[in-house]
Design a binder for this molecule. Sequence first.
Ligand SMILES: *Cc1c(COP(=O)(O)O)cnc(C)c1O
Length: 393
Amino acid sequence: MKKIIYLDNAATTKTAPEVVEAMLPYFSEYYGNASTIYSLGGASKKAMNEARESIASVLGAKTEEIYFTAGGSESDNWALKATADAYANKGNHIITSRIEHHAILHTCEYLEKKGFEVTYLDVDENGKVKLDQLKKAIRPTTILISIMYANNEIGTIQPIKEIGEIAHEHGILFHTDAVQAFGQLPINVDECHIDMLSASGHKLNGPKGIGFLYIRKGVKIRSFVHGGAQERKRRAGTENIPGIVGLGAAAARAAASMEERTAKERELRDYLIDRILKEVPYTRLNGDRTDRLPNNANFSFQFVEGESLLIMLDMEGICGSSGSACTSGSLDPSHVLLAIGLPHEIAHGSLRLTLSEETTKEELDFVIETLKNIVEKLRSMSPLYEDFVKKHQ
Ligand SMILES: *Cc1c(COP(=O)(O)O)cnc(C)c1O
């Protein structure tokens, strides 16, 4: 197989070798059920507690506030549905933003069908929630504010501390989808007044199918899966011990390497952004220039179709992601790119490249040169581009 340059780390990451190694014994050696009293089960329980502790310490949380789930989507679903359920007697209003992940947006749509009212906050041209609009949206019946920590498409980091303070002042619960931020940015749940936080293993070099929901002590939240007494009776089912061990190892690893790793990623990200903007005409950067995830670059190339771009990049061994959901059968451009005000035709020509700790400058040089050629080629086939050039000659 041709060498692959993987620049789609916001979609998923490679499981780190030391994470795989930490998990392996829990498949075939320490396979006991953590709920049993013999020592084989005890080994599982001990490993699970250690993973819980290491995750809690990364967030400044208490061990018993971490609940394991099957990933980011489940955590988001749980946070919203169970809060809606438990606080329905207090009110029926939820505030979120237009640029959330579908795990939040589609859950909100479901809750609307159940009689809840949802305010979807606009964002500015860089993808940031407007705090004055948030304050104005608050009603006596508002029970929950759910705003993502950092956006998965354009990388914009939200003013989480300010949002948390507003929620706290009004006695409203604050949930944040931190699936992209956890492991990339330092997070402290107390400083930011976060009551619930979602994260997922496979976005931080951990395994797929495992995540957690942080639930602050005292928050009334209903069970998500009914059954056994696992996860303090709130999420039944025999624990995914290898996954939990892997998530714990990935969290500890990401926290230990965060400063150095993200500094290197930021430098390479800026190198990529600067060169693309300078060397490819009629191109824009999407998302906030500075308040953005260390590994995220998102461009729109005028007169180019994002899907064609992806296919041609793939032929060169480069994995990226486009701003539209054509691959999933829909022709609509990304809701995030539309929310920051891009017209449809510009949003359609978008490309997200997300770096990893293994990305090198040499790889990016190859990507930049390849991209320049591909964009030129695609534009040379575009009648719109031809018209545009004629007019501007
Ligand atoms: C990936 C992602 C999710 C979903 O996580 P899964 O573990 O894949 O279910 C939710 N929110 C954001 C922001 C994400 O990037």
